[in-house]
Design a protein around this ligand. Structure first.
Ligand code: NAI
Length: 334
């Protein structure tokens, strides 16, 4: 079974290789690693492979899936949870096997959300630079005590729940909105309507998937409903947020803080070293000018434990495909 791994970074090679050697040495899996992302311009690299292994910004739309199928590829292994980048209906029509890693370490992403909240709230990103330059003034570094503040979790699934637990542990009141409220969340916080969450929360943290319904869930109107000075945190998917509207809300001083690990146009930027390049994305560059904005490049998942789990489950999915057995992580339209 030959698999072409796209958007492959050194850590993908390392952990896929180690996991394969440990768990699947008898399954005869072969991997070829391509640094480039998978899209219409690179799909030809999949020629001669049985499967492709893709990540969050690889583009698996209908034309790419048709091209993969024509090249003889029969399986798409997503080494991530979200599958908004795959045209699942088109894959089904072609008879392609698509599987993902539904859960690996929800706590890894939740802890990154916490890191963003803590950093922005106490301005440790600015303090770090200041102290290194010998400036020990505190002016401009004033934060708020998180204990007693209200956190709104949009999407109380695995990561939302892990975030809710952490924030409750800090002594925050936790509100949650989810069209499918869970009993597990009810033990931690209060399930409310989205409108109530937006109007009451000091910190709004997004943990729902990107779907046609959630696209630009945070827009001009929802931002206007948020408390003046509130913090918006997005570690889920960039498309949940209308970045133009967010920039306007920051400029008007209505939105107090923005922390994002994901960005709608991130595929042109993230997972690449562009430090010597001119960045053409003016909207992103505008975001970079705000002192109250913190951006990380989609690293919420990036812990040793999560990578090991991602690789282990991805190879398990491949083994299910190779052995023709039912795969519980298969992505379907049903
Ligand atoms: P999950 O499936 O366990 O939870 C998602 C929850 O969102 C579900 O409870 C669902 O009912 C809810 N939901 C669906 N539509 C909604 C809506 N319109 N409003 C509010 N809630 C809604 O998924 P999990 O594992 O918690 O992951 C959440 C998202 O986090 C993923 O879809 C993915 O996009 C993102 N993610 C980001 C990572 C990163 O590195 N930054 C890593 C892993 C996931």
């Amino acid at each position: 079974m030959k698999t072409a791994v796209f958007s492959a970074r050194p850590y993908d090679r390392r952990y896929l290789g180690e996991t394969n050697a440990r768990d699947h040495s008898r399954d005869d899996f072969e991997f070829a690693y391509f640094d480039v992302g998978l899209d219409a311009s690179t799909v030809g690299l999949a020629s001669g492979f049985d499967a492709v292994c893709a990540f969050v910004n690889d583009r698996l739309d209908a034309p790419v899936l048709r091209a993969l199928h024509a090249l003889g590829v029969r399986a798409v292994l997503l080494r991530c949870a979200g599958f908004n980048n795959v045209d699942v209906a088109a894959a089904e029509q072609l008879g392609l096997f698509v599987a993902r890693v539904p859960a690996y370490s929800p706590e890894a992403v939740a802890e990154h959300a916490l890191a963003l909240i803590m950093t922005l709230n106490r301005q440790t990103h600015r303090a770090y630079n200041r102290v290194r330059e010998g400036n020990f003034m505190l002016d401009g570094l004033l934060g708020r005590t998180l204990h007693g503040r209200t956190v709104g979790i949009v999407g109380t699934g695995k990561i939302g729940l892990a975030t809710a637990r952490i924030m409750k542990g800090l002594g925050c009141a936790v509100l949650g909105f989810d069209p499918y409220p869970s009993p597990a969340f009810a033990e931690i916080g209060e399930a409310v309507a989205l409108d109530e969450l937006l109007t009451c929360a000091d910190i709004v943290s997004l943990h729902c998937p990107l779907t046609p319904e959630t696209h630009h869930l945070i827009n001009e109107e929802s931002l206007a409903r948020m408390k003046p000075g509130a913090m918006l945190v997005n570690t889920s998917r960039g498309g949940l947020v209308n970045t133009d509207a967010v920039v306007r809300a920051l400029k008007s001083r209505h939105l107090g803080h923005l922390a994002i690990d994901v960005y709608e146009q991130e595929s042109a930027l993230f997972f690449q070293d562009l430090s010597g390049e001119i960045i053409d994305d003016d909207l992103f560059q505008r975001l970079m000018t705000f002192p109250n904005v913190l951006v990380t490049g989609h690293q919420g998942f990036f812990t040793v434990e999560a990578l090991q789990e991602i690789c282990s489950i991805t190879l398990g999915n491949l083994a299910d495909f190779a052995n023709g057995v039912e795969c519980s992580n298969r992505v379907t339209t049903a």
